[in-house]
Ligand binder design. Structure first.
Ligand code: ATP
Length: 351
């Protein structure tokens, strides 16, 4: 079991908390807006070394405070482990130590995966890949830095001479990002398809990966470069880089029909659930570790077939899971360890 204990100080609305986590299932109950997701986020940050929720890490520091700290202790295999994560407001700094442990998070926002903005889908893949592939994390950072510089050069005529100086580096990093994303996505899809078939009563889930801004299929560096050259005149007019992974997108189809256009909320939720379940298997294989599962308020949104699929996953031996819910009844029988969150204060729940 990875995490045995977590200590939180000035993270979001949690001023101070020290809690023991169960080896299997820990339940966190509380009304809306009390800090359940904040606790789950703290655990995510400890295990992944980064946040899934914030535009700026500063947002996670408690209002009027200058530093947020998270520490945790636990065990990976036979080895005791410690984590520490600190975020400082001014100047913004983040310090992290401790091993990266795979996490699968199920949250109500997952419904936006198949229909929301393309950024949501790119982020889904980035959050899957970056924590476990340092090369990917570095490429992503380098890519966005070069992209910013190239876009600046496109905006100001006096720097137009520099545009093509940035292109080779952009293509090099971009190729790695695209390769990893598209391979991982094909593997995920192969895992998600049968899950979706089962959960959705035989419906067929397919998907395509679109290379950002390309009119022709991109198969590697050569075709990527050719697409960039083709859009080059447009870039001068539009003053922005038009081709590359910063514009990648995924498109989902149910029985051949584009899901974004016609799928119901329930169908969109099933696509997301199948993908997230697939992520669990993919991460387990990729990292050789059992992912920690975080279920944020999702049970009430699922019907009984989908709910039991999720509970099956949670019931696996050695599976550490943290669940949030507005009431205890869904999980009460499954765990002796229940916390209550009220206005950021976490206390043992009185049965
Ligand atoms: N940096 C911060 N400092 C202080 N409070 C914050 C900070 N960020 C968020 N909050 C507060 O945290 C609360 C939201 O907590 P959280 O998202 O964990 O709710 P929740 O219990 O999961 O609710 P729901 O069931 O509605 O999802 C809000 O009251 C918000 O104002």
């Amino acid at each position: 079991m990875p995490v045995e204990r977590i200590d939180i100080a000035h993270f979001r609305n949690i001023t101070e908390a020290s809690l023991t986590l169960a080896p299997h299932l820990t339940l966190v109950v509380g009304a809306n807006g009390q800090g359940k997701t904040n606790l789950l986020e703290a655990l995510y940050v400890i295990l992944q070394g980064r946040d899934f929720r914030v535009a700026s890490e500063r947002d996670a520091i408690q209002l009027h405070e200058s530093v947020a700290t998270l520490t945790a202790e636990g065990r990976l295999g036979d080895h005791p482990v410690k984590w520490r994560h600190a975020i400082q407001r001014q100047p913004l700094r983040r310090l992290h130590s401790g091993p990266v442990v795979p996490v699968v998070l199920f949250s109500p926002e997952d419904v936006t995966l198949a229909k929301g903005s393309p950024e949501v889908r790119r982020r889904f893949l980035d959050l899957l890949l970056a924590p476990h592939d340092p090369h990917y994390a570095r490429s992503l950072k380098a890519y966005h830095r070069v992209l910013l510089q190239r876009n600046r050069a496109l905006k100001e005529a006096q720097y137009h001479g520099l545009i093509d100086d940035f292109t080779p580096l952009l293509i090099r990093e971009g190729t790695y990002i695209w390769r990893r994303r598209s391979e991982a996505f094909q593997e995920l899809l192969a895992l998600a398809k049968p899950l979706h078939h089962e959960l959705a009563g035989g419906e067929d889930l397919t998907a395509s990966y679109h290379f950002g801004g390309a009119a022709h299929p991109v198969a590697g560096e050569e075709t990527y470069r050719a697409e960039m050259q083709r859009r080059r005149p447009d870039e001068i007019v539009r003053q922005v880089t038009l081709v590359g992974p910063h514009r990648d997108d995924l498109e989902f189809f149910l029985n051949g029909q584009p899901a974004a256009g016609f799928a119901s909320q329930g169908q969109l939720r099933t696509i997301a659930l199948s993908l997230k379940l697939a992520t669990y298997d993919w991460l387990a294989k990729e990292t050789g570790m059992t992912p920690v599962v975080l279920l944020d308020d999702v049970l009430s949104e699922l019907d009984s077939a989908r709910r039991s699929r999720l509970l099956e996953l949670v019931a696996q031996p050695g599976q550490q899971t943290l669940v949030t819910d507005t009431e205890a009844r869904n999980f009460e029988a499954l765990t002796p360890l229940i916390y209550h969150v009220g206005n950021g204060v976490i206390t043992p729940w009185e049965r």
